[in-house]
Design a protein around this ligand. Structure first.
Ligand code: ADP
Ligand code: MG
Length: 232
């Protein structure tokens, strides 16, 4: 990766603690993190290590106690909830272990949803959704309902919905948590293809297989993040 590729995500000294009433858990402790455009960054860590906290902070779904979070050159820590929602819809996509697709909608209709929220006309939304389904390798499944898709196919629909409309930052929280190893591998390959096409992918997972597909690997342990490996 060339050094002049711009950063998509920059965190500086980001801390987030939760008070449980009984004690205080520091889920993110002075995190420093960079991810470039077109880079596939994997955050590996055990359950409870702080991976979801990190992704929620980047997504603006949670707010840090301290520190700076920049996404596509915009400092997001000072934005209002409304500004954050608008910014996320324009710039970032988030996928979780649970795909959260709407059962009554086809795959294509699910992918069209963010475009319809943004006021894109139906015909244009439909063709953009088709292209995004093709980008995740399921262009022939647009008319199927979620129940007619495998777990891996549903996750691809979720990823297409997260990126449709020209978003280039994908935050994926344990997207293979419910998949077997063959389907996990296939999903990591999809993420790899997306990053080759310019998307910044941040994948949080406990699956070490993901390291083979990533440009950079961070390890998360008890709220601390350290750079573990760079793809040669
Ligand atoms: P991971 O995604 O790696 O499993 P999390 O980010 O979900 O880790 O959690 C990190 C730590 O922060 C855990 O100890 C968890 O219990 C705690 N935590 C996360 N969210 C909250 C919350 N909203 N309130 C209290 N504690 C939380
Ligand atoms: Mg988690």
């Amino acid at each position: 990766m060339s050094p002049d590729v711009p950063d998509a995500i920059v965190l500086r000294n980001v801390t987030r603690s939760y008070s449980t009433g009984v004690d205080v858990v520091t889920a993110a402790h002075e995190l420093n993190f960079n991810a470039m455009r077109g880079e596939f960054v994997c955050v590996l860590g055990a359950s409870g290590s702080g991976k979801t906290t990190l992704l929620n902070l980047i997504a603006g779904l949670d707010r840090p106690d301290n520190g700076s979070i920049r996404v596509n050159d915009r400092e997001i820590t000072g934005l209002s909830d409304k500004e954050l929602t608008r910014f996320r819809l324009a710039e970032m996509g988030v996928v979780f272990q649970d795909h959260n697709l709407i059962d009554e909608f086809t795959a294509r209709e699910n992918v069209m949803l963010p475009l319809e929220v943004a006021g894109v006309p139906w015909g244009e939304a439909s063709s953009q959704a088709e292209r995004q389904l093709a980008a995740v390798g399921i262009e022939d499944l647009g008319n199927r309902f979620p129940r007619q898709l495998s777990g891996g196919q549903r996750q691809r629909v979720g990823i297409a919905r997260a990126l449709v409309g020209g978003r280039h930052v994908l935050l994926a929280d344990e997207p293979t948590g419910a998949l077997d190893s063959a389907n996990s591998r296939a999903l990591f390959e999809v993420l790899r293809v997306l990053c080759e096409a310019g998307t910044c992918v941040v994948l949080a997972t406990h699956d070490p297989l993901a390291q083979q597909f990533a440009d950079a690997v961070y390890a998360m342990t008890d709220g601390n993040l350290s750079r573990a490996q760079t793809r040669s």
